[in-house]
Design a protein around this ligand. Sequence first.
Ligand code: KG4
Ligand code: ZN
Length: 347
Amino acid sequence: MLCLGIESSCDETGLALVRDGRLIAEKLASQVDVHAVFGGVVPEIASREHLRVLPVLFRELLKEQSLTVADIDVVAVARGPGLQGCLLMGLNFAKGLAFSSGATLVGVNHLWAHLTAAGLDQELQFPSLGVLVSGGHTHIYFIESPTMFTLLGRTLDDAAGEAFDKTAKSMNLPYPGGKLVDDLGKLGKVDKKMFPVPYIKNDNLDFSFSGLKTAVVTYVNAHPELRLDAMGLPDPATESAEITSARNNMLASFNYVVGRKLEVKVERALKRNRGVKSLIVAGGVAANSVVRSVMAGVADRFAIPLVLPSMHLCTDNGAMIAYAGYLMAESGYRHGLDLEAIPRGRV
Ligand code: KG4
Ligand code: ZN
């Protein structure tokens, strides 16, 4: 079975081909540079970019593999969550292909696809606990099978990735700043008392990250010397070794709090779901070094494997959609040409 995956939910246009569960080719066009000047994704511009790039990538993908449209059995497309206009670009492209070629159309949940992406590199075991930490979501799922997910907990306000991006922004680090906050934090020393770890002394599996964001912004306002210049660089006239290390220490302490919050809730979820066979952690923030090591510790304590997609599968891509679509098609899922986008919702 040859499955084409199409990802266009936000600012990455991704196309990939999965044959019988194995990735054979992929194309990815990032719009990060297009949006960086605005400090965030501009939906209208993002949609237009998808419209422009999708056919170009598709033609390249087929040409490189010496394939034709007729070789594609399944067209899988991310139907949400994401930006409405962006999703519609991918959906319409997918529908056009399915309509003209007769291929099966499958709409894929973008968040679930993040969590099953690791299946491209390793065998997944079910049931599993799934932790999705991305720019828009922080979800804990009980995953019964690759197509059966139950939401156990979610963020009540900001997503983990937003906390990273807003922290980065408050320091003038270029968007999306999660990776830079991670990298600079690695150079610093953690002060566990610098920021509170709110919303863990309760009985639920939900998250709240907005308090942390406010704490960071307040701290940076009180220590403006920690900010970088408008280019995201230290000012050579005023930067001293003390300022550099104070900045790195602050970011290390921020990374610690995010890791600690995840640790408490994921441990709680595992205590309540003793039968799970693995802990799957995915989404852009799963690339974070502190998150990775904290989750490794949790999995160790519960004597289950930690499953992480390889780095290039952590952020948005077409391969995860192609793979999830393949799994769905294998289980008998089919959608009609009336398939709709689901931009948001409790999924
Ligand atoms: O999953 P993703 O690529 O897009 C969404 O579907 O949201 O996640 C993007 C998020 C951004 O907030 C970005 O700053 C964050 O992932 N991110 C990181 C790291 N790499 C990407 N956050 C922390 N540490 C990282 N190394
Ligand atoms: Zn994503």
